[in-house]
Design a protein around this ligand. Structure first.
Ligand SMILES: *Cc1c(COP(=O)(O)O)cnc(C)c1O
Length: 419
């Protein structure tokens, strides 16, 4: 796909249809099952259903579990699933396959790696994070702080990160792409700055993996966690993954020591001896059914060039932004994300005083984005299954809902448990 074919010249639907016709990723949409009456712009919260997931899960249920029973740990190689599936994530993040492992949730993995990082820098006491972080990351750090009275969590505004990086900092814990604004840090630069003051880095890649190209090895990243159910399309509550640079493996000391991270789990010895490689980050038994769905999602990624995905993501989001801003004055809607696409991940956020209602009105029209407190509307662009024509239709709907005040109805004010 050349840059030009993703260019935006005309603001009309035919033009966007022609972009779909020349899109080298367009065939990938068939690898997903999507309702025909929905335009899905929320893949950054829950990725779409890969068409092979159902078969993959039902095969594991019927054959491997139903027939194979306990034998499947060996015969179907269940025991290797965390490493095997990690091997499919590694190329997406610029890591070697023996530096990645799949387990648990992002929150739990953050806990494990944060404690491991602190133990690795035990002459220091500060965890440095930004206030804008996804709250679960902050809650995890608070939990670590409560177990380690010597440790201090320093929460600073984004703009102060660099000036707060000093020789007291044991670990810099940052989310690469901000969950609200979609704004993206310069991972290579901040990692270098952290290393310059002797701190470790722990990156949260929840909104980056499968959205933007990553080069963790080249950028000298120490540790990272990522999410399985967003851009990787692993299914609701899919396991998360951890990255640990090989140079740290022999000293990584994570706190949830359990048998799957033991060097010889089936010796059942009383002493805990961690496995020599990244497997020491495992704790309990891997969730085989969830991993079966996740593997189906990742098999799509095996055939995709992430640079093409990035290129299309930028054109999709720039198109959406341009249509919306051309049709709506800045008094109606305000971009919360950076204007520079290279400084964003794969979603856009807008402020609107009635953001919640606008999102509900859009959902009623079959256009699914989401709402984040206090006044943000988020729209995610997932190039594997989002068409240019979808972006046109969604943007036109958003403009309509706002211009005609379609959001101003009681039914759209009702809040559910999950927003
Ligand atoms: C999505 C996301 C998580 C999710 O954590 P879970 O443990 O899977 O609930 C964590 N951190 C960030 C930054 C996220 O975007």
């Amino acid at each position: 796909m050349s840059e030009e074919s993703y260019g935006i010249d005309d603001l009309n639907r035919e033009h966007f249809e022609s972009l779909d016709a020349s899109d080298r990723l367009s065939h990938l949409r068939d690898e997903f099952i999507l309702p025909s009456d929905v335009i899905y712009l929320d893949g950054m919260s829950l990725g779409a259903l890969p068409s092979t997931a159902e078969m993959s899960v039902s095969r594991v249920v019927d054959e491997e579990w139903g027939r194979g029973l306990i034998r499947s740990w060996n015969d179907a190689n269940w025991i290797e699933a965390p490493q095997r599936i990690a091997g499919k994530i590694a190329p997406l993040i610029g890591a070697a396959s023996d530096e990645v492992i799949v387990a648990d949730s992002t929150s739990v993995n953050l806990f494990k790696l944060l404690v491991a990082a602190l133990r690795n820098r035990n002459d220091r006491r500060v965890i440095l994070m930004e206030r804008e972080s996804f709250p679960t990351d902050i809650y995890v750090a608070r939990g670590v702080e409560s177990l380690r009275p010597d440790v201090e969590l320093r929460l600073v505004p984004s703009g102060k990160l660099q000036s707060e990086l000093n020789s007291e900092v044991a670990v810099l814990l940052l989310t690469h792409v901000d969950f609200k604004t979609g704004n993206m840090h310069d991972m290579a630069d901040l990692t270098r700055r952290a290393h310059d003051v002797g701190a470790m880095v722990l990156w949260d890649l929840s909104h980056s993996t499968g959205a933007v190209p990553l080069e963790l090895s080249e950028w000298q990243v120490d540790l990272a966690v990522g999410c399985g159910y967003k851009y990787l399309n692993g299914g609701p509550g899919a396991p998360s993954f951890m990255f640990a640079a090989r140079r740290h493996h022999s000293t990584l000391d994570q706190p949830i020591t359990a048998w799957m991270g033991h060097d010889q789990p089936f010796e059942f010895s009383l002493d805990y001896v961690p496995a020599s490689g990244v497997r020491r980050l495992l704790s309990g038994t891997p969730p085989i059914l969830s991993l079966a769905a996740m593997e189906a999602g990742l098999s799509v990624w095996e055939r995709v060039d992430i640079d093409l995905v990035r290129e299309k993501s930028i054109t999709l989001s720039q198109s959406f932004l341009r249509i919306v801003e051309t049709q709506l004055g800045s008094s109606e809607i305000a971009l919360a994300s950076s204007r520079a696409p290279e400084r964003r991940g794969s979603h856009l956020a807008f402020h609107h005083p009635n953001a919640y209602e606008v999102i509900q009105a859009l959902i009623a029209r079959g256009v699914i984005g989401d709402y984040r407190e206090p006044d943000l509307m988020r729209f995610g662009f997932t190039p594997l299954y989002t068409r240019f024509a979808d972006v046109w239709d969604a943007a036109v709907s958003l403009v309509d809902v706002i211009k005609r005040k379609e959001w101003d109805q009681t039914q759209f004010r009702q809040r559910s448990a999950v927003t």
